[in-house]
Design a protein around this ligand. Structure first.
Ligand code: ADP
Ligand code: MG
Length: 258
């Protein structure tokens, strides 16, 4: 490499750092080689450098937001077997994946027995919403209940509730009547606070008629359900556990082959 070129590269590295252009800094050398080889003009080269920067920013924002969401595992709709749940409206689920329900501040309720893919679907819709540019956070009813209870005991509940406003979509997994106790009414407050501030996706094995067992107060609960279901997509997961079904099928197959 000649001295002039080395100086230029050092300068580009320095300025790219100062201007915080990590994508460009990583890509410009190789793009310059490609441009020289293919006889690309200066404008096309500059465009390619800027594209690399924009792409790298998009990717790191995506990674940041996926981390911020604290999903317990990464699940996608591509890996979801819709044939296992013939009653689940596939087209509606796929439509939710465009994230427009988050824009409209609508809610989603995934209702059905254990093992039918509610959490899987919730995570997949969360991941899709992040791809659509939204801020998402996953939590469970028990974890959030504990967090709110602690905040309540330390007289900072309003602040704790407000802290969740920065998320466009909150996924509240496993709303069930077990293990909530005094946290139940606080979860109620959370859901009420969230109304029209942002979207909520709730997974639960409890029929709506039993939500009063979680939240404690019949009047408040029915008011909340009115609001929730007024602006919500209710997805019913009917069927037996997917894992159970899979293992039964495996056993049947093994039974045949022996
Ligand atoms: P739920 O939340 O309804 O109890 P999960 O979503 O946790 O059920 O599903 C249990 C396991 O089975 C997960 O590992 C999930 O990825 C898988 N699973 C459930 N339903 C399906 C499905 N229809 N297609 C692919 N995997 C599924
Ligand atoms: Mg679940």
């Amino acid at each position: 490499m000649n001295a002039a070129k080395a100086t230029q590269e050092a300068l580009i590295d320095l300025y790219a750092r100062e201007l915080r252009l990590p994508g460009l800094r990583k890509a410009y050398r190789e793009l310059a080689r490609d441009a020289a080889q293919s006889g690309q003009d200066h404008l096309a080269y500059l465009a390619a450098c800027l594209t690399a920067e924009v792409e790298s920013r998009r990717q790191s924002r995506l990674n940041r937001r996926l981390g911020m969401a604290r999903f317990p595992a990464l699940k996608t709709l591509e890996s979801f077997d819709f044939t296992a749940l013939p009653d689940l409206p596939k087209a509606r689920v796929l439509q939710l994946a465009d994230g427009s329900f988050v824009k409209a501040r609508e809610n989603v309720v995934c209702l059905g027995p254990t093992g039918t893919g509610k959490t899987h679907t919730a995570i997949a819709l969360g991941v899709a919403a992040i791809h659509a540019g939204w801020r998402v956070r996953f939590t469970t009813a028990v974890a959030l209940g504990q967090e709110l209870l602690q905040a309540h005991n330390e007289a900072r509940l309003p602040k704790a509730l407000k802290g969740w406003d920065r998320f466009d979509l909150v996924i509240l997994d496993e709303l069930g009547y077990l293990g909530l106790g005094p946290a139940g009414p606080l979860l109620f407050q959370f859901c009420a606070h969230r109304y029209e501030r942002g979207s909520l996706l709730i997974t639960t094995n409890l029929e709506f008629s039993r939500w009063v067992e979680v939240f404690g107060d019949a009047t408040l609960t029915s008011a909340l359900l009115d609001r929730l279901t007024h602006r919500s997509h209710v997805l019913l997961f009917k069927g037996e556990s997917y894992r159970f079904r899979e293992s039964q099928q495996r056993l049947r197959k093994e039974g045949v082959s022996h």
